[in-house]
Write a protein that binds this ligand. Structure first.
Ligand SMILES: [Fe+2]
Ligand SMILES: [Fe+2]
Length: 261
């Protein structure tokens, strides 16, 4: 995407009474496009076993019902945001379907669960919408780099196309969540924001290293070293922290504050 993931996020001074109508309209537009599209389901492909195992885990990660996030969004009391979150969840479900198609194409099947997903659920237990989103963002940011690697490095046109379309969705998800997080932390005192930012960095670094270790062989197949993957994910993440936590950032478009990539 030419403008990077922050394009269109945070237009106008709207942090406190932030209007998610624009995000909702975009999600609705993409839902209509999905409904009008028949997903190709080719067969007879081949992928390296390490890559299949890796895609199986990402497929499991995409495949959730989003109950906890939806409940937290419902409690937040903004019907427009809630409608956007419902469509966001549907979009993640469509990723799970597409990755399951990729697995079948390569003669494999979805695995239905992954330990990293269980850890995510555990971390989020007992938290509100902000914790849900901070944790969800770990997966979203990792996904940005992972699907780019899959798009560019699989050597298979169909797999590259699926990964590219998922990546384009993830690039919209990131500013959507950043906008809500920014709103969620707008009234948090400086020390609280500092603690949350520090915690977010720790979680992000830990999650990235774990994914790089866990998916290292697949990443190598895709032409990305573990070290490169970690460095790239953290450099993607770097501008997101001030985008959420820096005070008096509200009236500026995130694109100008954080730069693009
Ligand atoms: Fe996704
Ligand atoms: Fe996503």
């Amino acid at each position: 995407m030419r403008d990077g993931p922050f394009a269109g996020a945070g237009r106008g001074p709207r942090v406190d009474g932030m209007d998610f109508q624009e995000h909702l309209a975009t999600f609705e537009d993409h839902a209509r496009r999905r409904a009008g599209r028949v997903e190709p389901q080719p067969v007879g492909g081949w992928l390296p076993p390490a890559l299949i195992r890796s895609i199986q885990r990402f497929q499991a990660g995409e495949d959730g019902d989003g109950t906890r996030l939806l409940a937290a969004a419902e409690r937040a009391g903004d019907p427009v945001y809630l409608a956007a979150i419902r469509l966001f969840e549907q979009e993640e479900q469509s990723h799970a379907v597409r990755l399951a198609n990729v697995l079948r194409y390569a003669g494999a099947a979805p695995i239905g669960g992954d330990w990293t997903k269980a850890v995510f659920v555990l971390v989020r237990r007992g938290g509100g919408l902000r914790l849900e989103l901070l944790t969800l963002m770990l997966a979203e940011v990792v996904a940005l780099r992972y699907y780019r690697a899959l798009r560019d490095g699989s050597g298979d046109e169909y797999v590259g196309d699926v990964a590219g379309r998922i990546l384009a969705d993830e690039q919209r998800h990131v500013p959507f969540h950043l906008d809500r997080l920014r709103q969620g932390f707008a009234r948090t005192p400086p020390l609280g924001r500092l603690a949350a930012a520090a915690g977010w960095w720790v979680l992000m670094t830990g999650a990235t290293v774990v994914v790089a270790l866990d998916h290292g062989r697949a990443l190598r197949v895709l032409g990305v070293s573990r070290r490169q993957f970690v460095a790239d994910v953290l450099s993607l993440f770097h501008p997101m922290v001030p985008a959420v936590f820096r005070r008096r950032i509200g009236a500026q478009p995130l694109r100008e504050v954080t730069g693009t990539w």
